[in-house]
Ligand binder design. Structure first.
Ligand SMILES: Cc1ncc(COP(=O)(O)O)c(C=O)c1O
Length: 394
């Protein structure tokens, strides 16, 4: 949505002047720029923050989704290639499964969290032997953890968690979002809760998956593996050590990031809790202002940490009027994520249109309001006043 001027952007850069100055000083020392020790430091810090054994840094959230899907397949984690995918999320939540020849089944969104609808998911599991499920932690609102894990136990699928837009969100019991699935992805793209310019991470406690990701991320070679695992593979493969490190154990990819991004990432981890708290407070301020006037996600006693505050107008026409008013006033806005992925050409061309009831509502009525740590309650009140001033068109 283009505006004459922007008073309130949807997102602000989380890399500040201090980060840039520190980066410049570091660059002047002529450090190694490709993946190196800083990547390991960032991964260790992020794994600790989320509370998992491992974190694997890669070059985007989309690459993180690709990496975990491919590694799970290569590591023999999936009983078959039937995967349940959500209608509300991002194209690259689903794309890796299409690219690797899975059979995706789309599931509508939950009317409260907008995450994958668990009643519909269970109905699908009763009809099809589903080998994997990917669910999205939509816009930093934690999705039903216990119920999902119960379904996993009952139907034995591998669980992927796309937390790309939910960094720092937390369950009431203190579990961080990104610790629910067998593997979880994060994005560090501009505008997300934290940024390394571009960047992504996969968190997991699964040793086999981690080992496979170490190889899949870098061409399929073994040299990023822990030494004992590497030695084991070398022995198993009868590899002459003279050929090291250029022995390829699997047909790999190159999804690595660099130590330049990791330098920024190490600094971002240090402000992660502060950024999450500020975004959470802003989220609550929006909810207080808009409650009863607009539909938006529900989170119970959990801690939502949003990129933007997602909201549903009363009708498509009402949304159009709101967007026009916001743009005119210099408040940046956009439609709600991708709306219903099941009506986008990438999906329709392969499988036909998916008309999920809730996903369609989000598609037709959803819009975003700004959220970033520096936004004040007063500014949020002003934005909400503007939104509420738009006459309802049904
Ligand atoms: C739910 C979700 N998954 C994946 C991605 C992709 O992340 P990236 O832009 O880092 O590739 C996004 C991006 O916004 C997202 O919202």
């Amino acid at each position: 949505m283009l505006s004459k001027y922007i008073k309130y952007p949807l997102a602000k850069e989380t890399i500040n002047n201090e980060d840039i100055n520190a980066l410049i000083d570091w660059l002047k020392t002529s450090p190694r720029l490709t993946k190196g020790d800083l990547t390991l430091e960032f991964e260790k810090g992020w794994a600790e923050y989320i509370g998992t054994k491992y974190a694997v840094f890669c070059n985007s959230g989309s690459s993180a989704n690709l990496l975990m899907a491919y590694a799970a397949l290569q590591a023999g984690k999936l009983k078959n290639k039937k995967v349940a995918v959500p209608a509300v999320g991002w194209v690259t939540t689903i794309a890796p499964f299409m690219q690797f020849g899975f059979e995706p089944h789309m599931v509508d969104a939950d009317p409260d969290t907008y995450g994958i609808n668990l009643n519909h998911l269970e109905a699908l599991c009763q009809k099809e032997d589903i080998g994997a499920v990917i669910f999205v932690q939509v816009l930093g609102v934690p999705h039903y953890k216990e119920a999902l894990l119960d379904l996993q136990k009952k139907y034995g699928f591998y669980l992927f968690e796309d937390s790309c837009a939910a960094l720092g969100a937390e369950y009431q019991d203190g579990t961080m979002v990104g610790k629910v699935g067998d593997a979880a992805s994060f994005s560090f793209y501009f505008g997300h809760q934290l940024s390394t310019i571009e960047g992504g991470m996969v968190n997991t406690n699964d040793d086999d998956l981690y080992h496979m990701m170490m190889m899949a991320r870098s061409h399929g070679w073994g040299k990023d593996l822990p030494k004992n695992k590497y030695d084991e593979l070398m022995k198993e493969g009868g590899v002459d050590p003279f050929h090291q490190p250029f022995t390829f154990f699997i047909p790999g990819l190159n999804l690595r990031s660099t130590d330049l991004q990791a330098f920024l990432g190490v600094r971002q981890v240090k402000k992660a809790s502060w950024a999450a708290d500020r975004r959470h407070q802003n989220h609550l301020a929006y909810a207080k202002n808009l409650s009863g006037k607009f539909d938006f996600q529900k989170w119970g006693d959990h801690k939502p940490v949003s990129i933007s505050f997602g909201c549903l107008a009363r009708s498509a026409e009402h949304r159009r009027a709101i967007v026009e008013t916001l743009v005119e006033a210099g408040v940046e806005t956009r439609l709600f994520s991708a709306g219903n992925l099941g009506v986008h050409p990438f999906w329709v061309n392969e499988y036909g249109r998916f008309d999920g009831e809730v996903a369609n509502e989000i598609h037709q009525r959803g819009f975003f309001l700004p959220n970033y740590p520096e936004l004040t309650e007063e500014e949020i009140n002003n934005i909400c006043e503007l939104v509420c001033s738009v006459e309802v068109v049904v």
